[in-house]
Design a protein around this ligand. Structure first.
Ligand SMILES: [Zn+2]
Length: 288
């Protein structure tokens, strides 16, 4: 009995210690800022954690609507970040990294029907091609949207940002390669879509001060990471936070990601752990 009590006390003490460490280091999200959700693949099974089935995606969106969340578009979001409009924590910007073809069938019709927009980040060297930048595992090859499909989605009202040219870890590139990834991808998208490309999403969420400053110089207005290393109350237009939604998530965890409530800290630590693990993809890719 006393051993059980000891184990329980150690667990409780560890939980409290983690909470206080988290509270001091990161803390809660600001109330005056819209939340940003980051999805990847909305599709059938794959070996990985960044996918969710279409049915679950749609029920998540409907549930968020029922809870009173208001979905905003890229321009409305940027207006908040640039101080031209006030924002609040009941607003959500939906983002999709990598630009998979499944978006056409599994996401676009459902969002269109509900009058909800989304910002899709494209990898310009892989437009219309399979995702060979990803780890080579069974059931892991997915096709990216091609230019005709992208232009069709643009006409439907969806907006597009850059997710680099080749989806490499930008922190590991030399200055010239880094500028190419940022500038050439923006120019290509802008030429094809005949519009300003305002947003960038760092591949694997990987960014440091050098990558951030170069992204600003490359002509973007905002850039998104996943879980920035600084306090959650701080808003940096070139290292914006997003809440990743993964296969392990359900409505309960999704609500916690979006709230500043009691269990938000667990979701924040979970997101930071998953984001930390994602660095393995470029590393494994390089050495194997
Ligand atoms: Zn990506």
């Amino acid at each position: 009995m006393s051993l059980l009590l000891l184990i329980l006390s150690v667990i409780l003490f560890s939980v409290f210690l983690s909470y206080f460490f988290w509270k001091i280091k990161w803390g809660t999200l600001p109330d005056n800022s819209p939340r940003v959700l980051a999805y990847h693949k909305v599709t059938g099974f794959e070996f990985g954690g960044t996918w969710i089935p279409p049915g679950r995606f749609i029920s998540q969106i409907d549930h968020l609507v029922d809870l009173g969340f208001n979905f905003i578009n890229e321009d409305e979001f940027i207006a908040v970040i640039e101080g031209r409009r006030s924002g609040n924590k009941k607003e959500i910007l939906l983002t999709f990294d990598d630009g998979y073809r499944e978006f056409l069938f599994n996401v676009a019709p459902a969002l269109k029907k509900r009058g909800i927009g989304a910002l899709i980040f494209l990898v310009t060297s892989y437009i219309g091609k399979y995702n060979y930048w990803e780890l080579n595992l069974p059931w892991r090859r997915f096709k990216h949207l091609d230019w005709d499909e992208i232009k069709g989605l643009s006409k439907m009202g969806f907006s597009f940002g850059s997710h680099s040219m080749s989806h490499r870890d930008l922190k590991r590139l030399n200055p010239e390669e880094l500028r190419d990834e940022l500038i050439l991808s923006r120019q290509r998208l802008s030429e094809e879509l005949h519009e300003e490309i305002k947003s960038f999403s760092y591949p694997f969420g990987r960014v440091n001060s050098r990558v951030r400053d170069e992204t600003r110089r490359a002509g973007y207005r905002v850039a998104f990471s996943m879980c920035p290393p600084f306090s959650n109350s701080e808003i940096n237009p070139f290292v914006l936070r997003r809440e990743g939604v993964y296969i392990i998530d359900n409505i309960f965890s999704l609500k916690n990601k979006l709230s500043s409530g009691t269990l938000f800290w667990i979701e924040d630590l979970k997101g930071r752990f998953i984001n930390g693990v994602s660095v393995l993809t470029p590393l494994i890719k390089k050495y194997f």
